[in-house]
Write a protein that binds this ligand. Structure first.
Ligand SMILES: [Zn+2]
Length: 165
């Protein structure tokens, strides 16, 4: 007769073994799985679409949560506060491209891919600024987006420099 500890120990070992063999199985059938996924891509897409339609609220919530997680992670990486004044309320913290190319990048990439790019950066190209400091920095450097007027004429970014001083 085994003791309770031994029984649990045994179960844990069994679980570990099952996990390990499942991992090995998946690894050894990698090619097969890839082939299957490729051949059944259309069905998978239809299934995903149907799932998203029937679980709309859940999907919306989970995508918001995953974006929030990603944003929190990015803010943490950048120090969780404005590099100029130390303001730390995350609601008004903005990611700033040190060389002022943020606006262009954000136009090219939407929210999550932009955050992922910031997370992957190892060269210190990004910093955190609060909304105020960000506006001030943009004004100082003339980092405004090109403005198009109703008549189609464009106001170049540098024209803004000093306007608010
Ligand atoms: Zn600030």
């Amino acid at each position: 007769m085994r003791t309770v500890t031994e029984l649990y120990y045994h179960d844990d070992m069994k679980k570990e073994w099952q996990k390990e063999s499942w991992r090995k199985y998946r690894q050894s059938h990698l090619e097969q799985r890839r082939k299957y996924a490729k051949e059944h891509r259309k069905q998978a897409r239809t299934r995903e679409k149907k799932y998203r339609e029937t679980h709309r609220e859940l999907c919306r919530k989970s995508s918001i949560e995953s974006y929030q997680r990603l944003r929190r992670k990015t803010l943490k990486k950048l120090g969780n506060k404005c590099v100029r004044c130390g303001f730390s309320d995350s609601r008004a913290l903005q990611i700033d491209h040190v060389n002022g190319e943020g606006a262009k990048e954000r136009e090219e990439l939407c929210c999550s891919p932009y955050l992922k790019k910031v997370l992957a950066d190892t060269e210190g190209n990004y910093q955190l600024l609060c909304a105020n400091c960000n506006m001030i920095k943009r004004e100082e450097n003339g980092e405004y987006r090109k403005h198009v007027f109703d008549d189609g004429s464009k106001l170049q970014s540098h024209s803004f420099k000093g306007v608010y001083a």
